[in-house]
Design a protein around this ligand. Structure first.
Ligand code: ARG
Length: 463
């Protein structure tokens, strides 16, 4: 019977009784960490190849390990692998089956290694792959937003501050604000990846090992950018997972802000956009309803990811060096963060692509809010008024327009001249929404020509 067949004998002859069933369930992680199996096998193959190259195990052992792990991988993939709770985690499950298949070579695989450096390696390898998928999804989402921005560069949206109509902006410009956010999220992911992609193997349990391991060779074999340089740190810190979750939280926060706008804009009170039906749901009682469930859920799920960040930081904060079992609790928050972010980004890339815009409703809303009042003030400044005086003059004009229930541009020239004699016929170009938009040609401004230039810049960056 293999040493690992029974939990009571999993560790050594030192133990006089098996753990209780409840303790077994409480301490096991195989229910969730089995998703690390590919990384576990990948790490083991690199470790075994290095052990053989260093003459620590024989070429025959390496061949047996390779054959055995290939079979284990095939069994897991096909669903025939029997995961055993009493073998606690993915690492012991894989190793036990390997040993069943190839005998002593399987028992030699763990030479110079501990589950402490093994699990840290597995999580890093797995997370690296997920970061790459997330980077691809972030770029798809940006592409979708760029398409929307380009199609609607000339569409006028009321820009808000304090959710009060402030100044007209291009709808495309508004979408480009989110492209900037998701571009920074992608940068953060790329930066986190560098620190995720370092090798703990060789740290063994905590102090390193007396075997002549070639850690650099294992790192190179696994495509890692370097080796963790302190064994205690290598097995114990999960800051890479925390950083990733922080970056994921920010990406979700950006999705959540966008969601909030989509929810507002699809409501009858705004009526600015329509989301394709496949992203909305009906009500079981109110036949007229079409609810923006996807953005609402994304907004809600942002709370859950932010919660995972708090969980991970809290998990880490009181731990003495080096490895502690607390760290087993890093997995579920991390896995759920990855799943939530991936699904959300994928669905949003698709959803943003299918958004249709009601340009008329947006323009009407911009008109209702005296969105060109600042343009009138700027006009008066060009005529020689100090800005503060111009500001005050325009306030009077807005008040008059409010009382007459019209827009500034609808006041007769004579009325406008009553506020300041320098006002001339040319003011009406300034008071038009289009004129206001076109005037903001400054780098990063909302003029449609700027919007198109920015779309082109982003496309080059993403190409
Ligand atoms: N399942 C454990 C984890 O996720 C693996 C490492 C366990 N190491 C140990 N010495 N108990 O952290």
């Amino acid at each position: 019977m293999s040493q690992l067949d029974h939990k009571s004998q999993a560790w050594s002859a030192l133990f006089s009784e098996p753990v209780s069933e409840l303790v077994q369930r409480y301490t096991a992680s195989v229910g969730f960490d089995q998703r690390l199996w590919r990384a576990d096998i990948q790490g083991s193959l690199a470790h075994a190849a290095m052990l053989a190259a260093q003459g620590i195990i024989s070429a025959q052992d390496l061949a047996d390990i390779r054959r055995g792990l290939a079979q284990v991988a095939q069994e897991i993939e096909s669903g025939s692998f029997e995961w055993k709770l009493e073998l606690e985690d993915v690492h012991l499950n894989v190793e036990a089956r390997l040993t069943q298949l190839v005998g002593d070579a399987g028992k030699r695989l763990h030479t110079g290694r501990s589950r402490n450096d093994q699990v840290a390696t597995d999580v890093r390898l797995w997370l690296r792959g997920e970061i790459d998928l997330i980077a691809g999804l972030l770029s798809q989402l940006q592409q979708a937003l760029l398409g929307l921005a380009e199609r609607n560069a000339d569409v006028i949206l009321p820009g808000f501050t304090h959710l009060q109509v402030a100044q007209p902006v291009s709808f495309g410009h508004h979408m480009l604000a989110y492209v900037e956010m998701f571009a920074r999220d992608a940068e953060r992911m790329a930066d986190v990846r560098k620190r995720v992609n370092r090798l703990p193997l060789g740290a063994a349990a905590l102090a390193g090992t007396s075997y002549p391991l070639d850690r650099e060779a294992v790192a190179a074999e696994l495509g890692m950018e370097g080796v963790c340089q302190n064994s205690l740190d290598a097995v114990s810190d999960r800051d890479f997972a925390i950083e990733f979750t922080a970056a994921a939280t920010l990406a979700m926060v950006h999705v959540s802000r966008l969601s909030e706008e989509l929810v507002l804009w699809t409501s009858q009170n705004f009526g600015f956009i329509r989301i394709a039906d496949r992203f909305t749901t009906g009500s079981s009682i109110m036949p007229q309803k079409k609810n923006p469930d996807v953005p609402e859920l994304a907004r809600g799920k942002t709370g859950r990811v932010a919660g995972h960040l708090v969980a991970l930081v809290t998990l880490m904060k009181g731990q003495p060096l080096a490895y502690n079992k607390d760290n087993q609790e890093d997995k579920e928050p991390l896995f759920d963060t990855v799943d939530t972010l991936r699904d959300t980004l994928r669905i949003f890339a698709d959803m943003m692509d299918g958004i249709t815009v009601d340009a008329q409703a947006m323009e009407q809303a911009a008109r209702r809010g005296f969105a060109t009042a600042t343009d009138l003030a700027d006009y008066l400044v060009r005529k020689g008024l100090p800005f503060r005086d111009a500001h005050e003059t325009v306030a009077h004009a807005v008040r008059a327009a409010q009382q007459q229930g019209c827009d500034l541009s609808e006041l007769p020239l004579a009325t406008l001249q009553g506020f300041h004699p320098s006002i001339g016929q040319d003011v009406f170009q300034v008071l038009s929404l289009r004129g206001s938009l076109d005037a903001r040609k400054v780098l990063g401004g909302t003029a449609p020509e700027q919007v198109r230039a920015q779309v082109a810049r982003h496309r080059r960056r993403l190409a």
